[in-house]
Write a protein that binds this ligand. Structure first.
Ligand code: SF4
Length: 446
């Protein structure tokens, strides 16, 4: 079989995109078959095209560096059975993360690290971003399980076998990718009533005003964004709202109304500090089926109120009771989150016991900054001490009513392992991840 003028070439677009020193980083290779004056039999033509396609795939795959197959296998063993294991990460095929300053990417880590160069809203529309070069390039890398296109943090966690904390896991679900995103994570406003010690003015308007004494952060999102979002809503299967405090932001209410109207089966997840439960919030909740992620950090009054400045423990506990009842009635989830820090690490076992008692899943975020509250940068002997103390605790798996105790035990053990890694192999010696994570806050302010 002859293939006439079958050429594999870089597109002009590929060359005019950002220049890159290494061949494997070149964006999209294109394939074309020309037929100068000769009529090909349809079958021959399609065979030629398919052969050229195969050659192109082969050539392309040589320019990617897939992760070690043994690590992929080990990671896949920990993933949910219902999830496609063809790729390690589904984020660029499914998700759009929009942060307050207008950075848009497949996940928040796309805005982290000195090399990050995210898409920007409103300079580009959401649709342009979704179909744009950065998304395409990331998809191409991840189709080959190559995490070298600015996925350093996930790569590092995979190499260290911290499988539970790999961010890519957040996009493991059974939603099928479609022409628009099926998931969105939205930080549309930084309005917040609290001034938590580990937070900053980009995420809390109160901190911006009272602690940093800086002018208000202008959100990148307004009426035009809400209008544009409309065309995405019917395709969405899940929308996660972060803040600020999402229950204080008017723009969220506008978006929720549209979501409830246009896509009532959409899974809406709200990350709240648990202090805002006004009649407006309750009225909205009653009309929908909201999932709640509530950050609390401690169940001891002194610790809680020292960390979550302006909050009152008794009131938050009352709200937890409400959310607990609400989620049970609606068949949705309530997750309690804790940010392990120097102030509260010793209370973590009690926190897990509390969550087991009320049968609620627990989650731990990782706090990297401020340095003076973070755990990862403590001297090794201190970290060892924390590790030794926390590893003494175990939590029985409660059968029957205790659906979440197994999950909580796994999450707790993962935290203990993470602390163990920090003292055995300090983060400050793991350059790639250190750069990406520790520069994150600076990048958010772009
Ligand atoms: S950083 Fe992680 S979660 Fe984000 S796109 Fe890369 S692999 Fe996926």
């Amino acid at each position: 079989m002859t293939i006439w003028n079958a050429r594999i070439f870089f597109s002009g677009q590929a060359f005019t995109d950002e220049p890159c020193g290494e061949l494997r980083c070149k964006p999209s290779w294109l394939v074309t078959v020309k037929k100068p004056g000769l009529v090909l039999e349809r079958k021959q033509e399609s065979m030629a095209v398919s052969l050229v396609g195969r050659i192109a795939r082969l050539v392309r795959s040589h320019h990617y560096e897939p992760l070690d197959p043994e690590i992929i296998k080990a990671y896949n063993r920990t993933r949910n059975r219902s999830v496609s294991k063809r790729v390690i990460c589904h984020a660029p095929f499914k998700n759009m993360y929009c942060n307050i300053t207008g950075n848009v990417g497949a996940c928040w880590l796309r805005f982290a690290g000195p090399e990050c160069d995210p898409d920007r809203y409103p300079e580009n529309s959401l649709e342009e971003i979704w179909r744009g070069q950065r998304y395409k390039r990331l998809r191409e890398h991840l189709r080959h399980n190559d995490l070298n296109y600015k996925c350093n943090v996930c790569k590092d966690n995979l190499y260290h076998k911290h499988f539970v904390t790999v961010l890519a896991r957040a996009y493991d679900n059974s939603y099928r990718s479609r022409k628009f995103p099926v998931m969105m994570e939205l930080e549309l406003d930084n309005i917040c009533n609290l001034e938590c010690v580990m937070c900053n003015g980009i995420l809390s308007s109160a901190i911006r005003k009272n602690r940093e004494r800086l002018p208000k952060v202008t959100s990148a999102y307004g009426k035009a964004f809400v209008e544009e979002l409309d065309q995405f809503i019917p395709y969405l299967r899940e929308a996660r709202f972060n803040g600020g405090e999402p229950f204080l932001a008017d723009i969220n209410f506008e978006v929720w109304e549209r979501m409830l109207r246009k896509n009532p089966r959409l899974r809406i997840v709200v990350a709240t500090n648990g202090t805002v439960l006004t009649p407006r919030v309750k009225e909205l909740l009653e009309r929908g089926r909201f999932h709640i992620n509530l950050s609390i950090d401690s169940i001891k009054k002194d610790t809680y109120e020292a960390i979550r400045k302006n909050a009152v423990l008794e009131q938050t506990m009352e709200h937890i009771k409400y959310f607990h009842r609400y989620c049970r009635q609606k068949g949705t989830s309530l997750v309690l989150l804790l940010n392990p820090m120097r102030q509260n690490w010793s209370e973590i076992p009690d926190f897990v016991r509390f969550c087991n008692t009320i049968d609620v899943p627990v989650w731990f975020n990782t706090i990297y900054r401020p340095y003076e509250y973070a755990l990862w940068n403590l001297e090794r002997p201190f970290l060892k001490e924390i590790y030794e103390e926390l590893r003494r605790h175990d939590f029985p798996v409660i059968s029957g009513s205790g659906q979440h105790s197994q999950h909580n035990r796994t999450i707790y053990r993962t935290l203990v392992e993470q602390i163990e890694t920090w003292y055995k192999e300090p983060l400050s010696e793991r350059d790639a991840v250190k750069e990406d994570i520790l520069h994150y806050d600076e990048r958010r302010t772009r």
